[in-house]
Design a protein around this ligand. Structure first.
Ligand code: SF4
Ligand code: SF4
Length: 78
């Protein structure tokens, strides 16, 4: 089975949090930013997006991102 990673492009992130809401709703049936497996940290003007160890690389958060900040990449793809 093909393995995927999620590539992030923080410069496109609008901080809308749709990705986090999609993740927590999919796995916990609640809209809870703190329980999402995708984390978004803001320090001043800098945005950092990362994933917890529990992330399943399912791509639900990618589907919820309307701004091109997240992209599914097949592992080994250029
Ligand atoms: S890939 Fe899936 S499990 Fe990981 S953060 Fe995105 S929605 Fe959550
Ligand atoms: S859905 Fe996309 S633009 Fe919105 S917070 Fe998540 S990564 Fe950023």
């Amino acid at each position: 089975m093909k393995e995927y990673t999620i590539q992030v492009n923080e410069s496109c992130c609008t901080l809308c949090r749709r990705c986090q809401l999609g993740c927590s709703n999919a796995y916990l049936r609640e809209f809870n930013l703190d329980k999402a497996n995708i984390k978004i940290e803001v320090t001043g003007l800098a945005v950092r997006i990362h994933f917890t160890d529990e992330c399943r690389k399912c791509g639900i958060c990618v589907d919820h991102c309307l701004y091109g900040a997240l992209e599914m990449m097949a592992q080994g793809a250029a």
